[in-house]
Design a protein around this ligand. Sequence first.
Ligand code: E4P
Length: 217
Amino acid sequence: MLIFLDTANLDEIKQGIEWGIVDGVTTNPTLIAKEGADFETRIKEICEIVQGPVSAEVISLKFDEMVEEARRLAAIDEHVVVKIPMTPDGIKAVKVLSAEGIKTNVTLVFSPNQALIAAKAGATYVSPFIGRIDDNGNDGVRLLEEIMQIYANYGFDTQVIAASVRHPMHVVQAAMIGVDIATVPFDVLKKMFNHPLTDVGIKRFLEDWEKYKQLRK
Ligand code: E4P
């Protein structure tokens, strides 16, 4: 399973890369705005650190404008994946962009039919927002299962990104289903390291080692 970081914060990305467990990054307008950075500059900076897929989202909603914006974003760096919202204009743009070899990530996906449409248009990635589905009283993980089943039935190449991940258990559930990628906020990535018994175990080993050293004196 690939792990992407869902952030536009350079320190978080550098840390994830240093740990050696981050394969890519996803951003969105909210995440870039939070950093107060210039959009294209920040995407370039992220690409230089990551050297893997970096999703940058278009702001336009009309087909022509979306395609033009996507081409501009794709020209920033070879690692840019253009995030396109799940709308009829967006899907039309995905079809054109995939024919041009521009990688796309269809975002704001909340149903199996939306994922089916994205795959038919030739999207490189599809991003079901599982946390927002849970927030709304439904089952985000169930949606992942449905999409994985549909893609397997027809051999679609589109890779599934579990997005809007809220906690480490979401990552486990996505991995159990065999979802290709989970894009996780930095605090969720940090929590994935943790287990109280690991801390207890380290403490006990060190205490025992100290006792042994005292005995040997
Ligand atoms: C995915 O690519 C999105 O950036 C992200 O996962 C949205 O998550 P949110 O629901 O936490 O905003």
